[in-house]
Design a protein. Structure first.
Length: 350
């Protein structure tokens, strides 16, 4: 079976700054949220890139879902592509960025502020806000994404947030769009973010919702499992707890993003019926080109799968979006978006 190298939206390999331990069968990895090592099996999910199967567990104390054992730091590069070309953003990336710009302006207001986008990718969100007068900064570990962001005038620190030379309490808004689930130590990352945020500042966090009906319906075919790149899976309870225990006050919650949810449902459906996982996503985000499909010996099968995928997208996307909108008062969607604030000043770190 043909497989394609996948670069997550946030290129989350780059966000690793702490060593990730492994575990024995007798004792699980300590839960990053509550510290317990008591866990129960949740699923076993196959990585479509490496072909390896990963064990996903749920903490018996707090309910956090996570990969266990987690890949050692030195092995994580095996699950991410090395992209040397400074490729311009695909149409889907631009559409995604426009949605994020609207969200930031609605939540934080239209008056220019100072914003940090962690895992900023190619900097499209920051570029749009900069054009509106905002002071912007980003972090990103993908060299090609950093190069593109810099080429359009967006200042991006190439490295992990813990290594960035940002001043204490220097940002009004910090965003984590589909980043937190990638981090091997999410609580520690949130502690760093708390220090960077000004009193009264806003944190916007968006992650896939493991408690959604999409996750239950599609099981291991769910697009947003994405092991082992997604090391953690949050629901409303665990995301609430990790934010509050990290020092944030939650001011707004949502359990859906119609664009993400509808596309995820289409790709999950295709994952169930085709033997080429995530082909639609990889093609529409520019990670797989037509020439890649044509050069492969399974070119006819690949092109047939791509044609079916695009047809399913055109028909299924509006149906899933409508279903998500209609069902919104009754069931949880596939995306959690929490808005939190920092209420008090912190002592300057030494």
């Amino acid at each position: 079976m043909m497989t394609f190298r996948h670069e997550g939206i946030e290129t989350s390999l780059a966000r690793v700054r702490n060593n990730v331990g492994t575990t024995t069968k007798a004792k699980g990895t300590e839960c990053n949220l509550c510290g317990s090592d008591r866990q129960k099996p949740f699923s076993e999910t196959r990585d479509y890139i490496s072909g390896e199967t990963f064990r996903v567990v749920r903490c018996e104390e707090c309910g956090l879902v996570y990969v266990d054992p987690q890949p050692p730091l030195e092995n994580l590069h095996r699950y991410y592509p090395v992209i040397h070309q400074m490729a311009p953003p695909a149409a889907y990336e631009r559409l995604d960025a426009r949605g994020r710009v609207r969200a930031v302006k609605r939540i934080a207001g239209h008056s220019p502020s100072r914003i940090l986008d962690i895992g900023c990718g190619k900097g499209l969100l920051l570029k749009a806000l900069s054009d509106c007068g905002w002071s912007v900064a980003g972090t990103e570990m993908s060299e090609s994404s950093c190069a593109y962001a810099n080429s359009i005038g967006v200042p991006v620190f190439a490295g992990a947030i813990g290594d960035a030379p940002f001043e204490h309490e220097s940002f009004d808004v910090i965003t984590l769009f589909h980043v937190l689930e990638h981090l091997p130590r999410p609580r520690e990352a949130l502690s760093i973010i708390l220090e960077l945020l000004r009193p009264g500042g806003i944190l916007i966090v968006e992650v896939p919702n493991i408690g959604s009906w999409y996750a239950r319906l599609f099981g291991n075919d769910w697009f947003h499992y994405d092991v082992p790149r997604h090391l953690y899976h949050f629901d409303t309870r665990t995301l609430t707890r990790i934010l509050r225990t990290s020092g944030f006050s939650i001011i707004e919650t949502s359990t859906r993003n119609l664009q993400y949810d509808a596309f995820g449902a289409v790709q999950s459906t295709l994952n169930r019926i085709l033997d080429k996982p995530n082909l639609l996503n990889d093609f529409n985000t520019g990670q797989v080109k037509l020439r890649d499909l044509w050069k492969n010996e399974d070119r006819l099968s690949n092109l047939g799968a791509l044609t079916l995928s695009q047809l399913t997208l055109s028909l299924g996307f509006p149906l899933f979006a409508a279903a998500g909108f209609i069902s919104s008062p009754l069931i949880q969607g596939g995306t959690l978006r929490f808005v939190a604030t920092k209420e008090t000043a912190l002592d300057q770190p030494r």
